[in-house]
Design a protein around this ligand. Structure first.
Ligand SMILES: Cc1cc2nc3c(=O)[nH]c(=O)nc-3n(C[C@H](O)[C@H](O)[C@H](O)COP(=O)(O)O)c2cc1C
Length: 411
């Protein structure tokens, strides 16, 4: 078994690529952890989890799924999902900023029915809530990303598939036929990257998402020496397209290989290159500055995700909802603008739509739901957020998610 510290170091390299897992990985993360008291603190701005027996909760909101996940996961795995980087200022702000924004609905506006359907990158979906790319999903549930794919398909929404989801592009495509975007962590070897893009295209994925905010720095993971079994890393590297990875490699060789495999310093040139090799829409995930959004539009990007990686990368960057209006302004309709970070309620979705997002993505909410109840859990959390959004639309007199006026939101 690989030295846990060594894997933690590989993880700290920040590619996200070392973050791969399985149900075995969850169990192997630390056998003692399962028995450990679940001591992680809730996200500060979420309601405290109920003091009743969490395992008996019938979830009625995202926070309930969080409480359930906490009872099911080894503590290091729960904290891997939960925590943000450094002092977690950005993690807190992502949710707090939504709560600071207030809704000001017109009365007697008489909306009886609402239309939640929209299009993203030309594809019709049933609700403007997408699953964000999330790594290591088999650590949260044995079915991992396969379960998430099925749940997204059942709700007719997009599954953003992480490069590090712990199943291959093809395995996830075979699990469900719903719309999928492939999130690319860039291998240094452009041949490997090209093959990944071609495979995603062949498997019917609808877009390539390039995550540009790299370099995770989370105290909890270092404190917990959060790590993964070598067999999972082996599968991941082979799934990505490194057949030269051999079972006989020593732990040190494997870690060195992984550390050297990923490009953390690519530039805008990458997007010209990608445009040259694929006709799929290209999405950049991790934009906060309006200037960068403008440059992305000029570079021909089709979509932008205003994201700070759920507060997991650089701490003290602003909440995404605070940056959204300026980004929407400069983009001026030339690309589709999405937002993630801190969505915990249907009202959060409504606020993001009002401020110009075409749709939102959720990360932790479905990771918790996956841990709580696999495919059914992810389906349920999407349904709950959908129903909350519907309720908010009716209360605000909005007949459609495609026409949410900015005047609904006030400071
Ligand atoms: C456990 C976990 C793993 C993640 N893994 C990835 C990843 O592999 N690739 C990526 O682009 N973003 C990743 N993210 C970030 C999400 O895509 C998304 O930006 C973030 O979770 C949104 O914030 P939220 O969790 O508050 O919804 C991850 C987030 C979490 C919680």
């Amino acid at each position: 078994m690989m030295n846990r510290r060594t894997f933690a170091q590989a993880l700290a390299a920040g590619t996200g690529a070392a973050l791969i897992g399985s149900e075995q990985a969850g169990a192997a993360a630390d056998e003692n952890d399962v028995a450990q008291k679940q001591t992680a603190q809730p996200e500060p701005s979420l309601p405290k989890p109920p003091v009743v027996d969490a395992a008996s909760i019938q979830p009625v909101c995202v926070a309930d799924f969080r409480a359930l996940a906490q009872t099911k996961l080894p503590r290091p795995t729960f904290e891997y999902i939960e925590t943000g980087s450094a002092d977690q200022v950005t993690l807190r702000e992502n949710t707090a900023a939504f709560q600071r924004l207030k809704l000001l609905p017109p009365i007697l506006s008489g909306v009886a029915a609402t239309d939640l359907t929209t299009t993203v990158l030309g594809h019709k979906i049933a609700l403007p809530i997408l699953l964000a790319p999330v790594a290591a999903q088999r650590m949260y549930h044995p079915q991992g990303a396969l379960a998430a794919a099925r749940a997204a398909a059942a709700l007719d929404t997009v599954f953003g598939v992480s490069s590090s989801a712990a199943n291959s592009i093809e395995e996830i495509a075979a699990a469900a036929t719903g719309p999928k975007w492939y999130q690319l962590y860039m291998p240094k070897d452009r041949g490997v990257a090209r093959r990944l893009v071609e495979r995603a295209e062949q498997a019917g994925y609808k877009a390539i998402v390039v995550t540009v905010d790299l370099g995770e720095w989370k105290d909890a993971d270092r404190r917990n020496r959060f790590s993964l079994p070598r067999e999972i890393l082996l599968k991941h590297l082979r799934d990505v397209g490194f057949p030269e990875v051999r079972d006989t490699m020593s732990d040190a060789e494997l870690v060195a290989f992984n550390a050297g495999a990923w490009d953390l310093t690519f530039s805008w040139e990458l997007f010209e290159w990608l445009r040259g090799i694929t006709k799929l829409p290209l999405v950049m995930k991790g934009i906060l500055r309006p200037e960068d959004a403008l440059r992305a539009v000029e570079a021909g990007l089709n979509g932008i995700v205003v994201s700070n990686h759920g507060g997991r990368r650089l701490d003290t960057v602003p909440a995404t909802i605070e940056m959204l209006p300026d980004v929407v302004d400069v983009v001026g309709g030339r690309a589709e603008v999405f937002l993630d970070g801190g969505i915990r309620r249907g009202t959060d979705v409504l606020k993001a739509l009002a401020l110009g997002a075409r749709a939102v993505l959720i990360g932790r909410p479905y990771a918790w739901a996956l841990a709580a109840d696999g495919e059914a859990g992810v389906q349920r959390v999407l349904e709950l957020l959908r129903d909350e959004l519907q309720n908010a639309l009716v209360a605000c007199g909005c007949p459609s998610v495609r026409e949410v006026p900015s005047s609904l939101v006030t400071q």
